[in-house]
Design a binder for this molecule. Structure first.
Ligand code: FAD
Length: 389
């Protein structure tokens, strides 16, 4: 293991072994196909199935539902190793870290038995639809409507920017069941897409980065879904459920961001030692040494905070403000470090065949999705009075 990848304080023997096996799996099954995945704007379904078969999906979902039965360390290892692999194509983070955990947290036994085994095996790909064309930050104002008709909801509306949306078999849809109630009128409904009348996928969107990850529009036109697919015992719990789960989504983004900035420092350090200019290696220039010293320091300092946050999350002690700090901080460090690292690659850094170029484009979204970093600052600022004592 390189200097930036020591055993984590939150990682036990089982998680370390899982990491080794996962690293081999990603090297064999993801990395060699990544260029094709980027061209086709999504991974092959067979990747999901292979990952499921080998226990690399939903590692922290209990074994009784087909998951790995591990703790959150396993999800953290997944996020790290995908970043170390240098690929952003495989949407397993949304599938496992987010969607499966909504079902685990808020589903009835019947719902968990129905959906989780297929998600763990890779036969059911999961997505979550919160964002709409008219806005994503202001979730309270979402417009997708779910009206009760007998024992069904009738859903009308549109979602956009949905990760795994083009492939999803199961989408958790945030919809208004009572528009007059604002945030308290939002309900999460699990929509199974197979053969569903009135459900339509729009474009697999053309992004500036993350080309191998499918990001789609979804349309709902009088879509009938059983009320039994609601998450939670009553209508109107969706906003509170999202607020409960969003810290896990944010810490997941932060973990991936941290590992990716570490990878950028590693590959750039190798590059500047090998590349020569003016008769010496790039690392011999003081500017390179100082800038990379800054990058390395950023990597080490952020690592201390993210490890603390992962440990706290595993003990159920991570606050929403801390998750927001981790998301904001790590994604901003990631953007800055990768920009600096690209500079040292010169023109090659602008070529997509170089990993640093792909990372540069891939990571720009990290400061926007999962809650824009401005929203993170709002959430952090709300914790200020308590900090003052
Ligand atoms: C690749 C990709 C994948 C995504 N995956 C998913 C997914 O799987 N599911 C899903 O539901 N969504 C997903 N999203 C959507 C993402 O979460 C939203 O884009 C994000 O929350 C911002 O919403 P918006 O784009 O509507 O921007 P807006 O809400 O219009 O905000 C635009 C900008 O305004 C500023 N702003 C907004 N509100 C405030 C405020 N209160 N204070 C200060 N500044 C503010 C921020 O700078 C913000 O970036 C994804 C997006 C992308 C691009």
């Amino acid at each position: 293991m390189s200097g930036l990848r020591p055993r984590r304080p939150w990682e036990d023997e089982d998680a370390a072994l899982f990491r080794e096996n996962l690293r081999r799996f990603l090297a064999d099954e993801l990395v060699p196909h990544d260029e094709r995945y980027r061209d086709q704007k999504m991974v092959d379904r067979s990747l999901w199935l292979k990952a499921g078969e080998l226990g690399f999906l939903c590692p922290s979902i209990p074994a009784e539902y087909g998951g790995g039965g591990g703790d959150y360390a396993f999800e953290a290892v997944m996020a790290e190793e995908l970043s170390y692999a240098g690929s952003t194509s495989f949407g397993q983070g949304v599938h496992c870290n987010i969607v499966a955990h909504y079902i685990l947290a808020f589903g009835t036994e019947e719902q968990k038995d129905r959906w989780l085994p297929g998600m763990c095996s890779g036969e059911m790909i999961g997505a979550i639809g919160m964002t709409e064309p008219n806005g994503g930050s202001d979730l309270q104002s979402l417009r997708t409507r779910a009206e009760v008709d007998g024992d069904h909801y009738v859903i009308n509306g549109a979602k956009t920017f949905i990760t795994n949306g083009a492939a999803a078999d199961l989408v958790i849809v945030a919809a208004k069941t009572d528009p007059a109630m604002g945030a308290r009128g939002i309900t999460l409904i699990v929509v199974e897409t197979a053969g569903l009348e009135g459900f339509r996928r729009g474009r697999n969107l053309d992004k500036i980065g993350m080309h191998g990850s499918d990001t789609a529009e979804l349309f709902f036109d009088d879509v009938r879904v059983p009320v039994a697919n609601r998450l939670g015992g009553a209508d109107g719990q969706g906003f509170a459920q999202m607020m409960t789960q969003l810290p896990q989504e944010r810490i997941g983004i932060a973990i991936g961001a941290q590992a990716m900035l570490e990878r950028a420092v590693e590959i750039t350090t190798t590059y500047v030692q090998e590349r020569k200019a003016f008769g010496k290696s790039l690392l011999d220039f003081q500017n390179t040494r100082f800038k990379l010293a800054d990058c390395l320091t950023a990597a080490r300092v952020s690592r201390a905070f993210i490890d603390e946050c992962v440990g706290k999350h595993m003990r159920g002690e991570l606050s929403s403000a801390e998750a927001s700090m981790a998301k904001m901080w790590c994604t901003e460090q990631q953007g800055r470090v990768i920009d600096d690292c690209l500079q040292f690659h010169g023109g090659y850094g602008y070529m997509n065949e170089y990993l640093i170029a792909r990372l540069y484009a891939d990571v720009r979204i990290q400061r926007i999705y999962g809650g824009a970093n401005e929203i993170m600052r709002e959430l952090i600022a709300r914790s200020l009075p308590a900090m003052a004592g």
